[in-house]
Write a protein that binds this ligand. Structure first.
Ligand SMILES: *[C@@H]1O[C@H](CO)[C@@H](O)[C@H](O)[C@H]1NC(C)=O
Ligand SMILES: *[C@@H]1O[C@H](CO)[C@@H](O)[C@H](O)[C@H]1NC(C)=O
Length: 798
């Protein structure tokens, strides 16, 4: 519906006109959003018949590009008709891949005249299904179209068939991906962005892992006056009209939308890949955005306005910017329950079911979409008037969204800073359909700790969440004019989050949270963030296979993300780096200056070779040693077995001379026959050790999941005495058994090396599941019963 600038109204297109133009309209829309590169690709129309019963297929007909199924002459309806089209009909199409059998059940929607973004129509007879196939080949579809009072929100198949569409089937074929446009940013070349079960990060279908670099402000991104029926919109994004390029989309005969489209193009060009936006700010801070015909008219959606939002989302996919869609603001969490007579407080309103269905039907097909239940959800502002959802509501809302949303997109939730424990804890693990935690952290230096808390808590609950730091306290990130270097944002927030295993950050700016118009005001902030993400790409840092591991680096101000093969260290205040490394191993080390400046090449790169392993002093950065630095340590291989001494070679030119490795910091192993190492059972590699005899702590949560301990016989010590209780069956030369003791109790006997505290079988190392949680532990390994032992005293931290 058009209602701009005080009530200009474009006449609704008549039903007859709309049916004639529907096919053309769909094709036009496709071309508008993909031009210019895709203009050459003819939109395919599987059916061109204009018969009254026709169903028309349009789209690029390629994997990861949306395919539109239109019913051009379905039941005629109007936004404001007595018979509410949003509630009275339920159109759903099931798509099945002929090759894999994968099935998607997709809610569809009423599209007025089918080109409402351009015409402003509020009436018409076009019904539309948008689906994005994720595999090439044939897709078969089958349509269910029902009518009856309230059937839109029924899930039991209720309703009378809408003939002749209900039960119709068909198929189409989509080709392989085209990878040639938009410099690799285009999400339609990467596929859908979704969380990966068991992982902390999201990944595109093509295998690319995603780290979010977003803008959290303005939260009312869609409060844009050039959308239909957005009279109080605070935004025009005037400074970004110059970023709109010929061929970019607009809507309407008067070519609206250049400001918001240009803003997104600008953000994409500086590496921003996510935008936080609320479809509903009524009753909240900005009060300018709502998806309905009227501000609180929860039963009737504004089709032309939402079609214009969809054009913006198409542009976001093309530019590689995901939408972080925040479905409520803390002040309107209960708006739908309150608007729905007959629903008691803290229930689950029918109008909310409709809201979720309409949004998923219209926008769920986008490649880069992340759903977020709400901003500061559950916050009780203490006034008594504040709206808040309950644990029960969050669980049922999430379950409902998860069932409706066909593609497995992220389902996340944002809370008030002090509410994380209260709100997130009941949602951990299988207790809810939540797959992401969207953190608001008041004190910036707490970002690392709070991120770690939820990364670890969700992992412990056997369902790792995608944790991102989406809002920081106080003023948030100020413009470049005030803080040109963004040192604190980079140090405390960006690196604090990434090294704790966060899947990204979104930058909040308090002063601009409802009013930001010019994103260039934060150019240095985007550049700083992008610089770090480019480092990770350029150095091929496999962050998705790494775990938070602060214990591998010495110093309370230092953080690390690590796998057995690579360690990314961050020294907040510079200084010398001392990192725990495996023995007799070669590592490539190099420094990265995270401050704005040079490129992403590592500085001071060299190879070091460990002898005993354990805490190894790597030294200081090549310059500015008291500023923050990142250090990348990559295992390049075991040290080859020593060969006979070679004659001395002539000295190499100094430029290529291998620097002398600094002497490794030696940890004295415990007395007795063994040294102890922490082993990653997944790789079998030692990730720490030798452990010192006393005073060490094992931060269980920061260790590789399900770590184990290995007792290594110390070289040069005589073999164990054979005792009657020692089997000589195992091991070359029958070196006897190793008895593991925990606090004086025998917990395992190992007959063959490697001697692992929880055992191993044919190369599979069993995790030490029985490791104690909390408190001091005395761990001993002994040759046979009553033989010599080595003992360590550690503090177990869970
Ligand atoms: C597109 O890129 C992916 C990897 O990024 C590749 O696997 C695929 O084959 C490419 N498709 C085409 C059609 O080039
Ligand atoms: C976060 O900090 C608190 C307070 O210092 C501490 O008790 C807690 O263990 C820390 N959490 C993590 C995951 O390090």
């Amino acid at each position: 519906m058009v209602r701009r600038g005080g009530g200009v109204r474009v006449a609704a297109v008549t039903p007859a006109a709309s049916t004639r133009t529907a096919t053309a309209a769909a094709v036009v829309a496709v071309c508008l959003v993909t031009a210019p590169a895709a203009a050459a690709v003819a939109a395919a129309a599987a059916t061109t018949s204009a018969a009254w019963s026709s169903i028309v297929t349009t789209g690029e007909m390629r994997v990861w590009h949306p395919v539109t199924l239109d019913i051009p002459r379905g039941p005629w309806a109007s936004e404001t008709a007595r018979r509410n089209p949003f509630m009275t009909y339920r159109l759903t199409t099931t798509y099945t891949s002929a090759d894999s059998g994968d099935r998607y059940v997709v809610p569809c929607f009423w599209a007025a005249d089918g080109m409402a973004a351009h015409t402003g129509a509020s009436a018409g007879s076009v019904w539309r299904c948008l689906f994005t196939p994720d595999a090439p080949g044939e897709w078969r579809w089958s349509m269910s179209f029902k009518q009856g009072p309230g059937v839109a929100v029924r899930t039991d198949g209720a309703g009378a068939p809408v003939r002749p569409f209900d039960g119709r089937t068909g198929s189409f074929v989509v080709g392989p991906s085209n990878n040639e446009t938009a410099g690799g940013r285009d999400f339609r070349q990467k596929g859908r962005l979704r969380p990966v079960p068991g992982q902390r990060y999201m990944r595109f279908d093509n295998g690319d892992w995603f780290l979010k670099h977003g803008t959290d402000s303005p939260e009312n991104f869609f409060g844009y006056r050039e959308f239909d029926n957005t009279p109080k919109g605070r935004h025009l994004y005037g400074p970004h009209i110059m970023d709109w390029l010929p061929g970019d989309p607009t809507w309407g005969a008067d070519h609206r939308g250049k400001g918001i489209i240009g803003a997104l193009s600008y953000l994409a060009s500086v590496g921003v890949n996510s935008v936080y936006a609320m479809p509903l700010t009524v009753g909240g801070d900005a009060k300018d955005t709502f998806p309905w015909v009227t501000e609180r008219g929860v039963w009737r959606y504004d089709v032309s306005k939402l079609a214009q939002w969809d054009i913006v989302l198409d542009h976001m996919d093309a530019q590689g910017v995901a939408l972080h869609f925040i479905l409520s603001e803390t002040e309107n969490e209960e708006l739908m329950e309150r608007a729905d007579r007959g629903v008691l407080g803290h229930g689950f309103s029918t109008s909310r079911r409709l809201y979720y269905r309409e949004l998923i039907a219209r926008f769920g097909h986008h490649q880069g979409i992340m759903w977020n239940l709400g901003e500061e959800n559950g916050w009780k502002d203490g006034s008594g008037r504040g709206q808040y959802n309950t644990d029960w509501q969050r669980k049922v809302f999430l379950a409902h969204l998860a069932a409706l949303e066909p593609y497995g997109a992220l389902l996340s939730l944002h809370t008030f800073p002090a509410d994380k424990e209260r709100i997130f804890t009941p949602l951990l693990g299988d207790a809810s359909a939540l797959t992401g935690a969207s953190l608001q952290v008041a004190g910036w230096p707490n970002v690392h700790n709070e991120t770690l808390t939820w990364v670890l808590a969700s992992r412990e609950a056997a369902k790792p969440w995608v944790v991102s730091v989406d809002e920081i306290g106080g003023t948030g990130a100020l413009p470049d004019a005030v803080t040109p270097d963004h040192h604190r944002e980079r140090r405390d927030v960006l690196w604090g989050a990434l090294t704790a295993g966060a899947a990204g950050v979104e930058w909040y700016n308090q002063a601009g949270d409802q009013s930001m118009e010019d994103f260039r005001g934060h150019a240095n902030l985007w550049a700083t963030t992008d610089r770090t993400l480019r480092l990770l790409r350029a150095q091929r840092v496999p962050f998705w296979a790494m775990d938070p591991a602060d214990w591998v680096v010495q110093g309370r101000n230092n953080w690390a993300l690590a796998s057995p093969d690579i360690i990314l260290v961050f020294l907040r205040w510079g200084g010398a780096a001392t990192v725990r490394l495996a023995p007799s191993t070669a590592y490539a080390v190099g420094w990265f200056d995270p401050r704005l400046g040079a490129g992403v090449a590592l500085e001071g790169a060299r190879v070091i070779v460990t002898t005993t392993g354990g805490a190894t002093r790597i030294g200081v950065a090549p310059r500015d040693a008291r500023r923050d630095w990142a250090l990348l340590v990559r295992r390049v291989g075991p040290v080859p077995t020593p060969s006979p001494p070679t004659p001395p070679s002539p000295p190499l030119p100094s430029s290529s001379a291998a620097p002398t490795p600094p002497p490794p910091l030696r940890v004295t192993p415990p007395a007795g026959p063994f040294s102890f190492y922490v082993v990653d059972p997944r790789s079998g590699v030692d990730v720490a050790g030798p452990l010192p005899p006393t005073g060490g702590s094992l931060h269980r949560a920061a260790l590789p999941p399900g770590f184990s301990l290995r007792a290594a016989p110390q070289e040069g010590l005589p073999p164990p005495p054979l005792s009657p209780t020692t089997s000589i069956r195992g091991g070359a030369g029958g070196r006897g058994s190793v008895v593991w003791e925990l606090n004086g109790q025998v917990v395992r006997v190992e007959r063959v090396p490697p001697y692992l505290i929880a055992g191993d079988h044919r190369g599979t190392i069993y995790p030490w599941r029985a490791a104690p949680c909390g408190g001091a532990a005395t761990i001993a390994a002994r040759w046979g019963a009553g033989g010599d032992a080595s003992t360590i005293h550690v503090t177990m931290v869970c």
